[in-house]
Write a protein that binds this ligand. Structure first.
Ligand code: OAD
Length: 260
């Protein structure tokens, strides 16, 4: 059965036409249509099958480095085999269209950049990269970089040849602080935007879920795109129920039609 055409509220199109800065935050839902599992969806989400505390914490890595390395290698393969979908591509079009644009993502899959998004803030890191276990922002070991260079390594996890530390995925684990610079960039983009989109996130993980409140406090129009309700659905001006890969392209189409 053909899907019915998506109606985007005219008032939202008007807000977008007048916007100087547009900010978008994305979560796992935008990559769901690329075949990457989300975290909290009841049947298919990663946290329905795996325990976060056994796989996605510094303590888990120290207790069982091989298990954690293997789990991230498996996820890296999933992500490496995936391609951006219509939702990712529509956000590139929105960036091209907007006078000024920031894309904040909680996703570690790098699909926004592969699609062509430019101004991206990766709040939770990037699974395609590795860094040393003891690396800090100011002191990064020379082995940090592209994870693919360790694909053939017999050591799980491999070690940095210079300092000997274990290599780990360059993602933010539960219990770890987010990069301060990224938080500042995201907060600034949320405070100054005229329209704020929350796309494909359950909006339960902080500080990511807090940026929409900065946008609201500063008078921005807020939009949520999600097939399921979230704790923020009642608070946004435009809750658009449905998948990102359908709604975002429809929004771009209507924006461009009405703009010409
Ligand atoms: P979740 O798995 O918590 O939420 C995914 C959201 O996407 C849900 O609200 C779904 O309803 C929605 N969704 C599913 N398919 C969609 C589609 N096609 N289009 C639009 N929305 C869709 O993922 P996140 O909110 O991203 O953190 O999770 C936040 C953080 O928690 C992740 O970055 C990760 C996780 O544990 C860390 O690992 C630190």
């Amino acid at each position: 059965m053909a899907e019915s055409p998506v109606e985007i509220p005219k008032a939202l199109i008007e807000k977008l036409r007048n916007a100087r800065h547009i900010t978008v935050i994305t979560g796992a839902g935008i990559s769901a249509e690329s075949g990457i599992p989300t975290f909290r969806d009841a049947q298919t989400g990663l946290w329905a099958k795996y325990r976060a505390e056994e796989l996605a914490t510094p303590e888990a890595f120290r207790a069982n480095p091989e298990l954690v390395w293997d789990w991230y290698s498996w996820r890296r393969k999933l992500v490496g085999d995936a391609a951006p979908n219509d939702g990712h591509h529509a956000l590139v079009e929105l960036e091209d269209w907007a006078p000024s644009f920031t894309l904040i993502t909680q996703n570690v899959d790098g699909l926004h950049q592969i699609a062509g998004s430019r101004n991206v803030v990766e709040l939770h890191g990037n699974i395609r990269k590795v860094k040393g276990l003891d690396c800090t922002r100011d002191r990064e070991c020379p082995a940090a970089g592209d994870a693919s260079r360790y694909d053939q390594s017999p050591d799980k996890p491999p070690r940095c040849e210079v300092c000997g530390t274990y290599m780990r995925p360059a993602v933010v684990w539960f219990g770890e602080a987010l990069d301060h610079n990224n938080i500042e960039l995201a907060a600034e983009a949320s405070s100054k935007c005229d329209v704020f989109f929350s796309v494909g996130t359950s909006a339960v993980v902080y500080p990511a879920a807090s940026f929409i409140y900065q946008a609201l406090a500063n008078g921005a129009a807020t939009v949520e795109i999600n097939p399921q309700p979230t704790p923020q659905s009642q608070e946004v001006h435009f809750p658009l129920k449905g998948s990102a890969g359908v709604i975002l392209p429809a929004l771009i189409k209507q924006l461009k039609e009405q703009h010409s």
